[in-house]
Design a protein around this ligand. Structure first.
Ligand SMILES: Cc1cc2nc3c(=O)[nH]c(=O)nc-3n(C[C@H](O)[C@H](O)[C@H](O)COP(=O)(O)OP(=O)(O)OC[C@H]3O[C@@H](n4cnc5c(N)ncnc54)[C@H](O)[C@@H]3O)c2cc1C
Length: 379
């Protein structure tokens, strides 16, 4: 199979080589230690910052790389998946949290927050989901009550990736009743101030996930991001990039699953020939390869549109829907082609299968993606 449809220029190719080497030197050694534990150590994040892999599109004077081209972020996501390091949530910082700060924070807040995020001194998370509200953000109930000099937070967030590691939390909270009642806050001392309980998941086991509880926790006025009551609009503006990042990861996971399976069927013997010589298996793999290529082309188109500032909600939803559903279906089929070897805990294909199971839920489920696409078509 050819490389991803996101074409590498020579500069992008050397960025890819450098990032691959960084993962090998700094992240792989930490990976086995964090498996099933509570996230990557702060030194790994600092090393990523020092090597220039955080805040790719943040201006240099604020500590970033000043690269205004999403293909670099896509390379980071692809290489993390290719190296089997899905739990290292650097794309959460680069593609989800930092863009909110760049786009919505005021000048003083950007100067205060971005350098630490780019240096890996701040490790971030985004907290939208609650125990009683996921897809339906109108039901969010964690409150931020205005008091003298700031706000008091009360309530819970659930399924928060990087929830244990983070010391910089982007939080959606209710400041008033109704759809216009949601606001965004940055909680900088969340590490000490919130109750944090680890959540054990089926997959992505090297990525820490937490339940966070706020009990009358005070944040100053300066923690408010943007204007009060405007969170719904900010989320609509920022979620397409998050969903595109998920599509890139899903394509990379599908590619890795197919590569592993091709290697397996080329050598596994049945009835005097290889599995890969059987027509049913050749055709099944051919169908999956063709689907991957179509998805990668759609994702690459979405990357171009993002770079041109015209990625719509429906474009991103379509890329996320196709790529994540394909990743889920392909890992299921590929695991089967490995026979019982695929069912071994911690085999590469079973890890991919488990990682893929959550991807049709996170960042908005497939049903929500379909709703967005259908609404854009005015159905
Ligand atoms: C691996 C992983 C990481 C995550 N990381 C984060 C994070 O960092 N921060 C964060 O805030 N959240 C995170 N989440 C939570 C994620 O955003 C939610 O799981 C998602 O929004 C769905 O919400 P829910 O789980 O409450 O499901 P629900 O909203 O209860 O949905 C349950 C089912 O109903 C379906 N459904 C819902 N609405 C409709 C509809 N209108 N029409 C048809 N079907 C519908 C859904 O598709 C789903 O199948 C993560 C989730 C996963 C799996």
């Amino acid at each position: 199979m050819s490389l991803s449809a996101i074409r590498d220029s020579s500069e992008l190719a050397s960025f890819r080589v450098n990032f691959r080497q960084f993962l090998k030197d700094q992240v792989v050694p930490a990976h086995s230690a964090v498996f099933r534990s509570d996230g990557f150590p702060r030194e790994v994040w600092r090393a990523a910052g020092a090597a220039g892999f955080l805040g790719l599109d943040v201006p240099r004077e604020l500590g970033g790389r000043g690269i205004d081209d999403y293909r670099y972020s896509a390379v980071v996501a692809q290489e993390i998946v290719a190296a089997g390091l899905n739990g290292f949530a650097i794309t959460l910082q680069n593609d989800i949290v930092i863009p909110y700060i760049s786009a919505i924070a005021n000048h003083e807040q950007r100067k205060r927050w971005l350098p630490a995020l780019c240096a890996g001194e701040s490790v971030s998370a985004i907290a939208m989901t609650e125990p009683e509200a996921g897809s339906d953000l109108a039901r969010l109930s964690l409150t931020a009550c205005k008091v003298n000099g700031g706000y008091r937070l009360n309530g819970e967030k659930f399924f928060i990736s990087n929830g244990l590691t983070q010391n910089f939390l982007l939080l959606v909270a209710r400041t008033a009743e109704g759809p216009m009642g949601l606001s965004l806050f940055i909680v900088e001392d969340a590490a000490n101030a919130v109750g944090r309980t680890p959540v054990t998941k089926l997959g992505l086991r090297a990525q820490d996930t937490a339940r966070l509880a706020f009990d009358d926790h005070f944040v100053p006025d300066g923690a408010l991001l943007g204007s009060p009551g405007r969170a719904a609009g900010y989320l609509m503006r920022m979620l397409p990039k998050e969903r595109l990042a998920i599509a890139v990861r899903a394509d990379a996971g599908t590619r890795k699953s197919l590569m592993l399976t091709q290697d397996h069927v080329r050598t596994r013997q049945v009835r005097g020939s290889t599995l890969g010589s059987l027509q049913g298996i050749r055709f099944a793999l051919a169908d999956m390869m063709a689907e991957l290529q179509a998805n990668e082309a759609l994702t690459a188109l979405a990357v171009d549109r993002l770079n041109q500032g015209r990625l719509s909600e429906a474009d991103a939803a379509a890329a996320k829907l196709r790529s994540s559903e394909t990743f889920r279906a392909v890992t299921d089929r590929c695991l089967h082609l490995f026979g019982a070897h695929g069912y071994l805990a911690q085999s590469e294909i079973s890890e991919l299968f488990l990682d893929a199971r959550g991807i049709t839920l996170q960042g908005g489920s497939s049903e929500i993606m379909r709703e967005i696409i259908a609404s854009a078509a005015r159905l």
